[in-house]
Design a protein around this ligand. Structure first.
Ligand code: PMP
Length: 384
């Protein structure tokens, strides 16, 4: 099978795996054990990883809080800040194309009496700055905007939005789960207060992530998980040393490889796009310039995404229908771009990664082209 679903998850890089193993076997200590060498060794490994993660995003290691992944980081950032600052206001801003872990967290806060503004995006998936600015009110406490969209790969102008938030005293949270190793991030200069990170989108293990919580300016949040007071009280629980070491190493490699990874991905993505655009009635979803090079999201008009996936069983990609749940709802992200139900249903997300080869791309072009042509021949609507 050919794997072109790197935005869903990535394999653990072999170099990452090698670093993780000893922390599951001989070095099994609890990083919170302060009285013996087992604990000290684990704590040191955790702190090295903290530096590695911080260094990919230009943060201070003390600004990194370990979590179980970006879902938890998004929950902690948004609920944590909303609850801590609720005396100041109860209005939050987010965007219709955010990940479910942001949208559903905001919906939960709505049930708790907070008010949410759900921003539309433009046809290319990008936020209109004026629309964002107009949504800010005196009682707005937080805005949450993703850096890179998971379905269409578009990159929002975080610097500009964040600058406005700073001016207006609005806490700015950014979900960067899909951005690490793809977009250069320097939080020393980027006006972002909290940033959610995940390891498994960047060749690290699943089940580990982090939340960046700014110290300058200092951002205060309530904890969600209470207990032993780990992570400066922001997230209790024994730290999973092996997972943390894996995330650190994965981010370290991402920092070294970002240029080469991006260049290769772009070349392969462009080849894939050229190959598939030879078919009629194929539409690109999302802006092609403000976009990570790993992502290609296409709608194949007159073809049902699910049927296309069936026709190319040995190719692992995601379809815009039924992708996030068992329901047959078309992608809410594509709907937010104003795509019709038909085009949303006929969309496929291709995501390229570090281990994708040219042969794989060429094989996928061939398989998709054959499958699309066959399905269209069978379609009563297709008449070309
Ligand atoms: N945000 C975005 C943009 C994502 O793509 C994902 C993963 N699908 C998440 C958050 C959730 O990350 P995790 O799997 O680490 O909980």
């Amino acid at each position: 099978p050919i794997y072109l679903d790197y935005s869903a998850t990535t394999p653990v890089d072999p170099r990452v795996l090698a670093k993780m193993i000893p922390w599951l076997s001989e070095n099994f200590g609890n990083p919170a054990s302060r009285s013996h060498a087992y604990g000290w060794a684990a704590e040191e490994a955790v702190e090295i990883a903290r530096e590695q993660v911080a260094s990919l995003i230009g943060a201070d290691p003390r600004e990194i809080v370990w979590t179980s992944g970006a879902t938890e980081s998004n929950n902690l950032a948004i609920k944590g800040a909303a609850r801590f600052h609720s005396a100041r206001g109860k209005h939050l801003i987010t965007v219709k194309t955010e990940h479910k872990s942001v949208l559903d967290t905001c919906r939960e806060l709505e049930r708790d009496g907070f008010e949410i503004t759900w921003l539309d995006v433009q046809e290319n998936g990008l936020i209109d700055f004026d629309v964002f600015a107009a949504a800010i009110r005196p009682d707005t406490i937080l805005a949450s905007v993703m850096l890179v969209n998971n379905e269409i790969g578009v990159i929002q102008d975080i610097a500009r939005l964040g600058t406005l938030c700073r001016e207006k005293g609005v806490i700015f949270h950014v979900d960067a789960a899909q951005a690490t190793g793809k977009v250069a991030i320097d939080l020393a200069s980027l006006p972002v207060d909290m940033m959610s990170l995940s390891a498994h989108k960047t060749y690290g293990p699943k089940g580990i992530g982090a939340l960046y919580v700014s110290r300058k300016p200092r951002v205060r949040i309530d904890a969600l998980i209470h207990g032993g007071g780990h992570e400066r009280g922001m997230r209790s629980g024994t730290l999973p040393t092996h997972q943390i070491v894996g995330m650190g190493e994965a981010y370290w490699i991402a920092r070294e490889n970002m240029g080469a990874d991006n260049e290769r991905a772009r070349w392969l993505r462009d080849r894939l796009m050229q190959g598939l655009m030879k078919l009629d009635q194929v539409f690109v979803n999302g802006d092609m310039d403000q976009r990570v090079p790993h992502n290609l999201n296409l709608s194949f008009n007159f073809v049902e995404g699910e049927s296309l996936l069936m026709g190319i069983k040995d190719v692992a990609v995601s379809s815009g229908s039924a992708c996030t749940s068992a329901s047959l709802e078309p992608s809410y992200v594509l709907r937010a771009l104003g795509r019709s139900d038909e085009l949303a249903h006929s969309s496929i997300r291709f995501s390229i990664g570090r281990f994708t080869t040219q042969d794989e791309i060429d094989a996928v072009i061939e398989k998709i082209s054959a499958s699309v042509s066959k399905l269209r021949e069978l379609s009563p609507l297709w008449d070309m």
